[in-house]
Design a protein around this ligand. Sequence first.
Ligand code: SAM
Ligand code: SF4
Length: 356
Amino acid sequence: MEKKLEGLLAKLYRNSHLEKPELLYLLEKITYQRAGLLFAYARKTRVKTYKRRVYLRALVEFSNHCRNNCWYCGLRRDNKKVARYRLLPEAILACCSSAYQAGYRTVVLQSGEDEFYAATVLADLIQTIKKECPGMAVTLSTGEAPREKYYRLYRAGADRFLLRHETISTDLYERYHPGMNHEQRLQCLKELKEIGYQTGAGFIVGLPGQTDAVLAEELLFLKEFDPDMVGIGPLIPHPETPLGNSSAGSVEKTFILLALIRLLLPEVLLPVTTAVNTLDRHGWEKGLAAGANVIMPVVSPAECRRKYEIYKDKSGVDYAALPEIKRRVEKAGFELDMSRGDSYSYKRLRSAERSG
Ligand code: SAM
Ligand code: SF4
């Protein structure tokens, strides 16, 4: 590997920071085949912060109705071919309870942007989950909402919120999100953090028009925003969307980006997302080897999983039962940690509150 690359990787490992031209240089030069040193630094960093632990999140996809029309997503409102469903609160609770029985201590409630679920309904549900599943962390991934709704749900006990910013380029954001506003997306993220949620941002890898320069900006934005969690995944074109004929995002580039994110944000909770595992059947293993430390198996009922068609052929492996997940994680040299797996900044805040 050339000296300049080695020098930049060592600097990134040491300082958890690089300037934009330096990140751009890495993004342009590093290929998956030549990323050994990058992955080694990323693994060393994750071992320093998280040892070999891998946290699990039970993902409940509770509604595939969506008022938005994102150009890449099979749940977009103009896709008339998707069979829509909604789980009622009792059914969502049943999914959470069985995940809890199985040992999960985080549940992620995800849906399209579906106004059917009013703040009061979700707040009641969160309170019930907290009561019936003591010690369970509740993560929401339900899209944009007014600050009051976010606040209400936080007060009801929600711990974390995942809201990918999707892309930091205003041009690309406005091209692929008709009727949505980039500034508002970023404002939502800011508000979630201010309210006190452990907050997750992230972007899609391989949106048409996304250059390495844009990817360098994605990384710098994440560094500056300093989220608790980052979710990234390759674009998987869905045939019933305007991006249906586009090429898929590169899963290899996604592994490189995961490693760079680990080095820029050593403490971040970093999942290997379903899209990665869908494009590469060893996605979990390779993602963990690149510095990721979270896996999010889907636990919603089979008929919902089929209909939650963000893209086609969503990975079957993500529905695996715990023993299979454990086997794969251990074979890859890691160990499952069934605790809540809160972020470091959250833990620091809690311990400061206790001592102050
Ligand atoms: N509706 C909520 C939102 O948009 O924040 C949460 C659910 S949405 C399905 C979750 C994520 O799926 C989005 O943030 C987006 O990045 C990702 N996604 C949607 N369609 C995709 C596709 N075709 N390929 C890869 N990722 C996709
Ligand atoms: Fe709706 Fe989220 Fe899909 Fe966009 S990505 S169409 S907001 S479900």
